[in-house]
Design a protein around this ligand. Structure first.
Ligand code: HPA
Ligand code: ZN
Length: 342
């Protein structure tokens, strides 16, 4: 695999990195999807791994979400959640993602009657094992914006006994018809409970949704945010405030936010001084993990070493870490750079 990477991505391969935008359900790969469907007697319209992967052709966010929620419906018991988390944390280990922030969407499992306690028991078992090799993991309680705010508030309440598992809340799913303005009470309540705040905005929705996520929801980070390019004043503001954008290049191309990777604007935003980071979003569906996202930037946008390093540094700057934790991560990065200089 590494041999196929260009020289910049090869240099990045063993560099300590952070990943901040990853939906755990989006890391469910076809072989495990099929084996869990069989285990639980769930009938899917796919007979083979090839059938599942052939369905990974999306016209837009909604066409992806339909498949994504169908995939997540095979997750039923503690062992399933354990294996799902274990699979992703193995990717972190292989790709030297020393710190990850993972979006968990408990509302997705409610139709199957899976309790939050079951989900978190499985996840926690895998996370505890990964901590033995030094893995740093934080979870983000992510809400589904196509559901009413009252449902989200009920889930926030239900998550109270598990408060210590989560560092932040997030807002995902269909963006265009479900603006940030609909979730002001949810964000106010979450802030009062001490969660950090992030939200998907400016992926399919307009730049105005980024503005509203900042002003109406009070977020300190934006997931995606690439449509900031449509609002020059906001773009300038984010260069000053350095409110981070967790950008997902392969996702943006697979969901047709851009026609192809050469149209992606992430390096321009980096050049302007915005705190843009690189992430995989839903790696099972979009053709690659974190390194493959960097590889795409190298191959199609000629990302050089100094740009790559700035993106990696931004990942640690943008993380919901304590200052001590952040300093530890940056020290690990600096040790790598001493051995493998720019
Ligand atoms: N956007 C919104 N919701 C999502 C995404 C995304 O890219 N991936 C998983 N849920
Ligand atoms: Zn996302």
């Amino acid at each position: 695999m590494t041999a196929a990477y260009g020289p910049v991505t090869q240099w990045l391969a063993a560099m300590p990195k952070a990943e901040l935008h990853l939906h755990i359900d989006g890391s469910l790969r076809a072989p495990r999807l099929l084996s869990l469907a069989q285990k639980h007697g769930v009938t899917l319209p796919y007979a083979s791994v090839e059938d599942v992967e052939a369905a990974y052709e999306f016209d837009d966010l909604q066409s992806f979400l339909d498949l994504y929620y169908l995939g997540a419906s095979v997750l039923r018991d503690e062992e399933d959640f354990y294996l799902l988390m274990q699979d992703y944390l193995e990717v972190c280990r292989r790709q030297h993602i020393i710190h990850c922030e993972i979006m968990v969407e408990p509302q997705t499992y409610l139709p199957q009657g899976v309790a939050l306690g079951t989900v978190l028991q499985g996840f926690s078992r895998a996370i505890t094992e990964a901590m033995h090799w030094g893995q740093s993991v934080k979870l983000i309680l992510s809400f589904l914006r196509h559901l009413p705010e009252s449902d989200c508030l009920a889930m926030l309440e239900a998550a109270d006994p598990y408060r210590e598992h989560f560092c932040a809340i997030g807002l995902a799913s269909a963006e265009r018809d479900f603006p940030p303005a609909n979730f002001q009470t949810l964000y106010r309540e979450a802030a009062a409970r001490g969660y950090a705040l992030t939200a998907h905005a400016g992926e399919e929705g307009p730049a105005a949704f980024i503005r509203d996520a900042l002003d109406l929801l009070g977020v300190s980070r934006i997931d995606h945010g690439v449509r900031v390019v449509e609002d020059p004043a906001l773009r300038e503001e984010l260069a000053v405030t350095r409110v981070p954008l967790t950008v997902c290049p392969l996702s943006n191309v697979r969901l047709c936010v851009y026609g192809n990777m050469r149209e992606h604007r992430i390096l321009e935003l980096l050049q302007d001084g915005l705190c843009v980071t690189v992430n995989s979003d839903d790696p099972a569906y979009f053709g690659g993990d974190l390194l493959e996202n960097f590889a795409a930037l190298e191959n199609d946008l000629a990302m050089d070493r100094s740009q790559a390093l700035a993106l990696v540094r931004n990942g640690f700057e943008a993380a919901f870490l304590s200052e001590t934790e952040r300093a530890d991560c940056i020290a690990a990065l600096d040790r790598y750079l001493a051995e493998h200089p720019l």
